[in-house]
Design a protein around this ligand. Structure first.
Ligand code: TYM
Length: 335
């Protein structure tokens, strides 16, 4: 008997800068692959962005622009269902039910909340949207009852608590949900940022944004921190301390040329500036077709509106079925 795997994953459109290299390598690249292998449900998690964006125009623009980014990167509406979270009312409904499947103690152990507490933030001032974030995320996932959730490592804990909520629900009301597993691509689980130290992140400002103006990308690449011990281009360097080499490897930079560069780096016969410039050119070439596609999407708003509406209809049909099962299970509806 053949078995089609179902995948669910999303991205929070909290940044006006759009998708960065870490999002692409850690998540979206896998989404694009999985749409050919199984049933993909991918989405823009804009209800999540409400905990950090309090301006309606920014919220709307970020949601829309991020939707375009994903389409341009290769999510194909003919192969997967690619929707916007706020178009699916069953999600916040399910969240209300799942609120009762997790404790405050468990929620306090979640990264999003703990990260916010670093520094001097008073826990009493953290908004409930941020605190409840993993419950909304569990609703995003469980409403489509998937097998697998392809994400970067930073989301692993959230997928695990989602499994726990599914287990608790199933124990109380009878088997309703699968317990989905995170799929994390090992080598791209946590792509380093241009500071060479921390995970690439839209909030840390150590990102390379895929659809920014060339000038912005140039600045991001040229600002990359490479081997700190190397003062002059003639000093021997350690390729492992230059994050650009790892980006080159991820983006299929010519292997022989890369090996040559690494040898020259060790010997102190190539400068960081040249490596940065070459990587910049390579980055633009690698994403040239996607950047072109995005420009076409911008010029074709009717197409995007149609795709969004069709995806919402498809996603709602499935999410509403699942919600009916849940309502029956808990007693909101009688059989
Ligand atoms: P978000 O928007 O922070 O990131 C989107 C995806 O990109 C991955 N990612 C990375 N992977 C590798 N290296 C990096 N430096 C890097 N930075 C980001 C993230 O792990 C993620 O897979 N809570 C989620 C969005 C979400 C979601 C969901 C995901 C909401 N509901 C349901 C899956 C299922 C988030 O904030 O991701």
């Amino acid at each position: 008997m053949s078995f089609t795997k179902r995948y669910v994953s999303g991205l929070n459109p909290s940044s006006a800068k759009g998708l960065h290299l870490g999002n692409y390598l850690g998540a979206v690249k896998q989404h694009v692959e999985f749409q050919d292998q199984g049933e993909g449900f991918f989405f823009i998690a804009n209800l999540h962005a409400l905990n950090s964006i309090f301006d309606r125009a920014t919220f709307d623009t970020n949601t829309h622009n991020t939707y375009l980014d994903f389409l341009a990167l290769g999510l194909d509406p003919a192969k997967c269902t690619f929707y916007i979270e706020s178009d699916i009312p069953a999600i916040p409904y399910l969240q209300t039910i799942l609120n009762n499947c997790v404790t405050v103690g468990e929620m306090k152990r979640m990264h999003a909340y703990k990260d916010k507490l670093q520094g001097d933030t008073d826990p009493d001032t953290i908004n409930m949207g941020l605190f409840n974030y993993p419950i909304l995320m569990a609703a995003d996932i469980l409403v489509f009852n998937p097998d697998s959730v392809p994400v970067g490592k930073d989301q692993q804990q959230h997928v695990e608590i989602c499994r726990e909520m599914a287990k608790t629900f199933n124990n109380r009301y009878g088997k309703t949900f699968k317990e989905p597993e995170a799929y994390i691509k090992k080598e791209a689980a946590a792509v380093l940022g241009t500071d060479g130290e921390r995970k690439m992140s839209k909030t840390l400002g150590n990102d390379i944004t895929i659809f920014a103006d060339e000038k912005v990308i140039y600045k991001q690449v040229m600002g990359t921190i490479t081997d700190r011990n190397r003062i002059h281009p003639t000093d021997p360097g350690d390729p492992a301390k230059n994050v650009l080499f790892s980006y080159m490897r991820f983006l299929n930079f010519d292997a022989a040329k890369l090996a040559d560069y690494e040898a020259k780096y060790r010997a102190g016969t190539i400068g960081d500036v040249q490596i940065k410039k070459d990587f910049y050119e390579h980055f633009l070439n690698y994403f040239a077709a996607q950047r072109q596609k995005r420009a076409e999407l911008v010029a074709n708003p009717d197409y995007v509106t149609k795709v969004r509406a069709e995806a919402a209809a498809q996603a709602n049909a499935i999410a509403n079925q699942m919600l009916e099962r849940v309502k029956l299970a808990v007693g909101i509806k009688s059989a």
